[in-house]
Design a binder for this molecule. Structure first.
Ligand SMILES: Nc1ncnc2c1ncn2[C@@H]1O[C@H](COP(=O)(O)OP(=O)(O)OP(=O)(O)O)[C@@H](O)[C@H]1O
Ligand SMILES: [Mg+2]
Length: 259
């Protein structure tokens, strides 16, 4: 079998990736992921999968896949998870949403290196508090390079990152990272992606992701992905590429909340 070898800096990282791979296989049994062929101390040989990376033209397809993955994982396993506590599933632990994320968001914002942030430190904490009350799904870094597409088939790759997250959080990663690679996205394309995503939770009576929440999660990803601008094919900063209605939505609601 042709393989793709991924190497890691230390032995802990492949151990974590293997746990995440096992959990995704269990939580999303009908989603294609590469088989693990061989494990070495600082490398994993995965089954090689043919395919191209995601593009702006794949947003609706990939959003639908994410909606399906998250809804299935919520129903099968994560319905009992608490957003801000590590979730233990058999011998696999998935980190909570706020755990490391709060510190990284605060640190990056305080550094002054994030161009045009739309959230303050207080707003970030407010959103983390609200997220703690939301149904739990997962974040697995849905950047467009973590999908391999051939015709109508989509495989999901890259098991390095996995944390708990609310509905829509990883969809926002897909949208922000796609816009950072290809430039501003049409408003309709983003709306269609959010609708395609929400169709899955709504079929099961789950709330999905509101516009307001989606706008906030995009701003989380803006802060967290800004350090990678200029790498990974990221040529556009979200503060240039973001549609104005996302920040308008945030301003509008935040004003209501403070009244
Ligand atoms: N199983 C696989 N079969 C074929 N190609 C793969 C496979 N796994 C990874 N790749 C290719 O290698 C790239 C990088 O792999 P991966 O996403 O796991 O690493 P990464 O360190 O996150 O890199 P990046 O930051 O570019 O996403 C993928 O975008 C894909 O093109
Ligand atoms: Mg990757």
């Amino acid at each position: 079998m042709r393989t793709f070898t991924k190497t890691y800096a230390d032995p802990e990282a492949p151990r974590r990736a293997l746990d995440h791979h096992r959990w995704i296989a269990h939580a999303n049994p009908d989603v294609r992921i590469p088989a693990v062929v061989q494990v070495r101390p600082t490398a994993i040989d995965f089954e090689h999968i043919e395919g191209r990376h995601g593009t702006a033209g794949d947003l609706v397809t990939l959003a639908g896949l994410l909606g399906h993955q998250h809804t299935t994982a919520h129903i099968r396993d994560l319905h009992a998870a608490r957003m801000d506590a590590p979730h233990i599933s058999g011998d696999i632990t998935i980190a909570g949403f706020a755990d490391d994320r709060r510190g990284r968001l605060h640190h990056l914002l305080a550094s002054g290196s994030v161009p045009g942030p739309a959230l303050t430190r207080e707003a970030i904490d407010g959103w983390l508090e609200r997220a703690a009350m939301m149904p739990t799904v997962f974040y697995k870094d849905a950047n467009p390079r973590n999908f391999l597409i051939t015709g109508a088939d989509v495989a999901v790759i890259d098991f390095d990152s996995l944390t708990l997250a609310p509905f829509g959080y990883d969809l926002a990663k897909l949208v922000v990272s796609t816009a950072m690679a290809t430039g501003p996205l049409h408003e309709d394309a983003i709306r269609q992606a959010v609708d395609a995503y929400n169709r899955h939770p709504s079929r099961h009576g789950l709330p999905g992701c509101s516009w307001h929440e989606f706008a906030a999660w995009c701003e989380f990803h803006h802060i967290l992905t800004a350090p990678y601008l200029g790498t990974n094919n990221y040529r556009f900063s979200w503060h240039i590429a973001r549609p104005t209605y996302t920040t308008d939505t945030l301003r509008h609601f935040d004003k209501e909340w403070t009244l």
